[in-house]
Design a protein around this ligand. Structure first.
Ligand SMILES: Cc1cc2nc3c(=O)[nH]c(=O)nc-3n(C[C@H](O)[C@H](O)[C@H](O)COP(=O)(O)OP(=O)(O)OC[C@H]3O[C@@H](n4cnc5c(N)ncnc54)[C@H](O)[C@@H]3O)c2cc1C
Length: 378
């Protein structure tokens, strides 16, 4: 088994944290359209942000299973809109891997304490799946980079203190080697948060537009080497997609759990809704698929921790688990009947929130492209 005694102890401790600091606040965050700063700071104070971070930068050098536990439990609590996983497991690793010593020392301790919220801005109004076609530009002017462009659908966009921005640095170069990454603080002149999006789900997640209008940052804020941005983004996709798969998997487990409970209690025609054979089989089928998802995911987590290149397998997991979780959401709402459509029943929020998992971080179709390419059929 992957998990040891210390992981189980940690899970129990984190569950207590969630019960105290997250669950009671989710409704207020959903209403406000963002997660409070206090929650970020509390996560940081207890060591639940960037748990993998080396001690010299203020972390605990914990293995990836601790991160998995944190993601599982945030999702089980119905707080998937709290994008601590994006901050800890998707954005911060770019700084850790590609940042200069100065950048790491400046930003990683603040990210671990929750003082500095992180975001990553790749997507643009006309460049989502086809990232290489992005238009945002960065020009060197003396000892400053000047960035111009609009980034859209940026998670943590309204609250982020530091955003990794993908921009083109080379003129006349059409391919992806024109892209570089930059660390852009929200205090940089010319940096502005645009519209905050009203979305189908993830209501507590502040997804916003970021506008860079003659935005000036010091030359040293480039992340890694000039022209290597696209390569860096590709290198980190395995981690990004396994993180999204973990969240979708955890949500599917919670949806089934709450539905079984509800359907066992709810009576119709003199028996529980769960015990009607059609529904019992539906539940059995969901449980089977969810278990298959967890088994495959665990095997990938293990290989990911070993450092294997499993981009294709992770793409398979991301597409299958996200679609599976959406099927589960549909059937779980159905089993709740009209109550499943009511806000006061958590399945309602879960069903809304899960929809995006087959879209962001690469759509199911893009996952299929990667898989098909790896098989040489395209
Ligand atoms: C809530 C939310 C949060 C997000 N957070 C972030 C973030 O933090 N940072 C960030 O940079 N981006 C973020 N995104 C953007 C997200 O990653 C993109 O929306 C996603 O990659 C899809 O891009 P698109 O919306 O431009 O769709 P498009 O690329 O326009 O795709 C439209 C449709 O065409 C399909 N399609 C495209 N190409 C192909 C193909 N070759 N073959 C078959 N079908 C294809 C797609 O699968 C999709 O069904 C977020 C989006 C949302 C909605």
């Amino acid at each position: 088994m992957l998990y040891k005694q210390e992981h189980h102890i940690f899970r129990e401790a984190f569950k207590r944290f969630v019960a105290e600091h997250i669950t009671p606040n989710v409704d207020a965050w959903e209403e406000a359209g963002e997660v409070s700063r206090d929650a970020w700071l509390a996560m940081g104070e207890y060591g639940f942000l960037l748990p993998w971070l080396p001690e010299k930068y203020g972390g605990y050098a914990a293995d990836f299973l601790y991160s998995v536990i944190i993601m599982d439990e945030i999702c089980h609590a119905g707080a998937v809109g709290f994008f601590a996983p994006l901050h800890s497991e998707i954005v911060a690793p770019y700084i850790m891997t590609y940042g200069s010593e100065e950048q790491k020392a400046e930003w990683l301790p603040k990210a671990a304490s929750g003082e500095c919220i992180l975001a990553v801005a790749m997507s643009e109004p006309n460049a989502g799946s086809d990232l290489a076609s992005l238009k945002c530009r960065a020009e060197l002017d003396g000892d400053e980079w000047v960035l111009n462009g609009t980034k859209t659908f940026i998670s943590n966009g309204g609250t982020a203190d530091l955003t990794i921005v993908a921009a083109k640095t080379e003129r006349g170069v059409k391919d992806s080697s024109a892209i570089s990454l930059f660390l852009v603080p929200s205090t940089a002149p010319g940096y502005r948060v645009g519209s905050s999006f009203s979305k189908m789900g993830l209501h507590s997640q502040d997804t916003a537009e970021i506008i860079l209008d003659e935005c000036r940052i010091p030359a040293k804020m480039i992340l890694g080497e000039r022209g290597k941005g696209f390569k860096y983004l590709m290198n980190k996709l395995q981690q990004e997609r396994i993180v999204l798969t973990i969240q979708a998997q955890a949500m599917s487990e919670k949806m089934l759990e709450m539905t079984v409970k509800y359907a066992q209690e709810r009576k119709a025609f003199g028996q529980s809704v769960a015990s009607m054979q059609h529904n019992a089989f539906k539940i059995a089928k969901m449980a089977t698929e969810i278990n298959i998802g967890r088994a495959y995911l665990d095997s990938l987590v293990f290989r990911h921790m070993k450092g294997d290149n499993i981009v294709t397998e992770v793409s398979m997991a991301k597409s299958w688990v996200a679609e599976m979780a959406n099927r589960v959401a549909y059937d779980c709402v159905q089993l709740h009947g009209g109550y499943g459509y009511m806000e006061e029943y958590p399945i309602c929020r879960f069903a809304r929130d899960i929809r995006i998992f087959s879209i962001f971080g690469g759509t199911t179709e893009v996952m299929n492209l990667i898989i098909a390419r790896s098989m040489g059929v395209i």
